[in-house]
Design a protein around this ligand. Structure first.
Ligand SMILES: NC(=O)c1ccc[n+]([C@@H]2O[C@H](COP(=O)([O-])OP(=O)(O)OC[C@H]3O[C@@H](n4cnc5c(N)ncnc54)[C@H](O)[C@@H]3O)[C@@H](O)[C@H]2O)c1
Length: 382
């Protein structure tokens, strides 16, 4: 199998995770990275051969097969467009772009290019999330009545907590919804095979004013900023969103996302209740899946490739009893993307069409929160 040459743009929190996961694939060489600050030091630290401060220069010089885009949301569009126009396969972090128009344009360019395009909506690649999908597909839950859950974090709880995500100019029309709701929305449509058709949303911004560190900080590094190194700024994005929705089959749903929930570091909850059974998955114990019964004991399905459905078993790299988590889902997500490059196999990774879809739901949520009424989501264009 020939080695694939890849470059990574943006090496803060998630760019470093991409590089680690790519190396675990074994057949992808990360030939260079690009970051607008400290790129040489980052390359040295991560043992990447070359460093660039400009993505155009890196892509022109390196001519890689693929590029991973791991920069703040507002920059995704120009980088993805440049790469597609230069014949480079693109794996972009979520959300696909800053605006819906940009997402439309990227889907158009990607479809015309014939290149492989992916969005790192990696929750699809947790074995127990895939098990939910397979059990639902097999009909084990019966008719789906309702879907619930959300995504909770505490890293933006204090008014001194800072990320570029707090600022609309970097993040887009929503913050908590685009940042963590995006994972939940994609997972719920992926798992149920149904579409979110109508939404009613309500947002809260608990800190109307926050303190921005004078120096740039990478995501999740905010807790290390010292007192006195801040400047105040008004916050124009939501800390919290509550959303009621309806699905294409008539199922009802609710989602809450919060980045100001003390003690919850990175918890995603996905519950699906059907006419026969219910399933409940919690990312804080992500190797387990609760199954609720009416006429038998409830039980917990534990990750074990020897026992899971075939698709979810294929996502396990280790036997039962050996915990797999966040970095492993990245390996699986990227593995599917690179198989598509090598073999043309479609795979279950999220494409630019999926990224656009997830943004359409987020846009409807943002407008609903603004107008305080139920709104239709545009029909699925995938
Ligand atoms: N899939 C996931 O679970 C997940 C998790 C975290 C972040 N993300 C996504 O990844 C992206 C990055 O988030 P992060 O948390 O790593 O942010 P971060 O702030 O930690 O890192 C971003 C990096 O990009 C660099 N950068 C900014 N503009 C650039 C440009 N024009 N060219 C080159 N480098 C540039 C910054 O210097 C920084 O090092 C976001 O879109 C975010 O939504 C996804």
């Amino acid at each position: 199998m020939s080695q694939i040459r890849t470059c990574v743009v943006g090496v803060g929190f998630i760019g470093a995770a991409h590089i680690e996961a790519l190396r675990r694939l074994g057949y992808v060489d990360v030939t260079a990275l690009c970051d607008s600050r400290n790129s040489a030091a980052l390359a040295q630290q991560l043992h990447v051969p070359k460093a660039y401060a400009s993505y155009e220069e890196m892509l022109d010089q390196e001519r890689p097969d693929a590029v991973h885009i791991c920069t703040p949301n507002v920059t995704h569009f120009p980088i993805a467009k440049y790469a597609l126009e230069h014949g480079i396969h693109v794996l972009c972090e979520k959300p696909l772009s800053y605006t819906q128009e940009e997402a439309d344009e990227l889907v158009r360019l990607a479809e015309a290019s014939g290149l492989v395009h992916g969005v790192n909506l990696h929750c699809r690649f947790y074995p127990m999330v895939r098990e939910m999908k397979e059990l639902i597909q097999r009909g084990d839950l019966g008719r789906i009545f309702s879907v619930h859950g959300g995504y909770f974090q505490d890293w933006l709880l204090l008014d001194t907590d800072y990320s570029w995500r707090l600022e609309r100019a970097c993040t887009g029309s929503t913050r908590a919804v685009a940042d963590i709701g995006s994972h939940w929305i994609d997972a719920v449509e992926f798992v149920t095979g149904q579409r979110i058709t109508r939404v009613l949303a309500d947002f809260a911004t608990f800190h109307q004013t926050r303190k921005r560190p004078v120096q740039q900080v990478a995501s999740f590094e905010n807790k290390r900023v010292q007192a006195g190194q801040y400047e105040e700024f008004p916050v124009d994005t939501e800390d919290y969103a509550q959303v009621l929705f309806q699905m294409s089959s008539g199922a009802k749903g609710s989602m809450i996302v919060s980045q100001a929930y003390a003690g919850r570091k990175n918890q995603m909850i996905l519950s699906v209740a059907g006419s026969q059974r219910a399933l409940h998955w919690d990312s804080e114990s992500l190797n387990e899946l609760w199954m609720g019964e009416r006429t038998a004991y409830n039980h917990t399905i534990v990750k074990d490739p020897a026992l899971l459905c075939s698709g979810s078993a294929a996502l396990c790299r280790y036997p039962g009893g050996h915990v797999e988590g966040f970095p492993d889902a990245f390996v699986q997500s990227f593995g599917a993307f690179y198989r598509a490059i090598q073999t043309g196999e479609a795979g279950a990774f999220a494409t630019f069409q999926d990224g656009r879809r997830e943004m359409e739901v987020c846009e409807a949520i943002a407008r609903s929160a603004q107008e305080q009424r139920w709104l239709e989501v545009v029909p699925d264009r995938r």
